[in-house]
Design a protein around this ligand. Structure first.
Ligand code: PTJ
Length: 261
């Protein structure tokens, strides 16, 4: 029992925190994952907890990139499994070529199995990365373990809530890296070819709906994919954040002081 009053103005956010804390107790999320969640919340607060045009554009470009890819893979850690297993499953259903791979920074065999079990119960038939045998070059952490049928051979990797070192290692091995990270200053957002500065669940839902609307328009994929520059997206996110904070600091009555409920 969480005991959070439904009348609390931040009810949904507090409920989600309680859920994340429970998932930590169950071992799906590591304690560091709660810290990462809090950092994400802070950036989401600054953008107003909504998808902004620079993110929507990046989400459309991500869908086009995934459609163009020969071997697209989505990498799933504890936070992603807890927050968005259903959305990952929906993505894999829309794009059958998309492989789903468990990749953990704090890896134990038991946690890898827990994450995989959560994904399977969301409807994903094949989950890679539970018993990886190959290492990604230049990455000493456990994140370096990859599946030989997944990330190792992928040409495009979707990496939500990532750590910067791995995003960099993936990009330097020639893969196209799409990151979902609310923090435009993170090393992940800077290392990715296409950073999506949006909340994980909102981003996955939008990528999925873009996949559905683009899948029968093959002739448009390349232009959409190439028409979005990752660094520009990141700078637009930073400029938006700076501008919003400036307006709020001036006491602008045009904008609510906190996130949109
Ligand atoms: O499950 P494991 O063992 O692989 O560990 C996963 C964590 C999350 C602990 C690990 O990847 C980590 O330490 O991540 P970082 O370096 O804290 O980075 C997480 C990034 O994701 C931060 O920049 C956050 O702002 C961002 N973030 C957190 N929650 C969300 C988010 N971005 C989008 N949506 C979110 N819900």
């Amino acid at each position: 029992m969480h005991g959070i009053p439904t009348s609390h103005p931040r009810y949904r956010s507090l409920l989600l925190r309680a859920y994340m804390a429970d998932e930590m107790e169950r071992g799906l999320i590591v304690p560091e994952g709660l810290i990462a969640h809090g950092r994400g919340e802070a950036f989401d607060y600054i953008i107003g907890e909504k998808t902004l045009p620079f993110a929507a554009k990046a989400e459309k470009a991500a869908a086009a990139r995934l459609l163009l890819a020969k071997c697209p893979v989505i990498s799933v850690n504890g936070n992603v499994a807890a927050l968005a297993s259903k959305e990952v499953a929906a993505l894999a259903q829309t794009l059958p070529s998309l492989k789903v791979e468990v990749n953990l920074f704090h890896r134990t065999p038991a946690r890898a199995e827990l994450v995989a079990a959560r994904l399977r119960s969301a409807g994903i038939a094949e989950v890679l990365g539970v018993h990886p045998t190959v290492r990604l070059r230049g990455l000493p952490s456990d994140r370096g373990w990859v599946d030989q049928n997944g990330i190792l051979i992928a040409d495009t990797v979707l990496v939500p809530l990532e750590d910067g070192d791995r995003a960099k290692a993936l990009a330097s091995s020639g893969k196209f890296v799409i990151a979902i990270d609310l923090n435009p200053l993170s090393r992940t957002a800077r290392a990715a070819d296409l950073p999506i500065i949006d909340e994980l669940k909102r981003a996955l839902v939008r990528i999925n709906s873009e996949l559905k609307s683009l899948r029968r328009k093959r002739s448009t994929w390349a232009d959409i994919a190439e028409g979005t520059d990752g660094e520009e997206v990141r700078l637009q996110a930073l400029a938006y954040m700076a501008g919003r904070l400036k307006r709020l600091a001036k006491g602008s009555s045009q904008e609510p002081p906190g996130p949109v409920p």
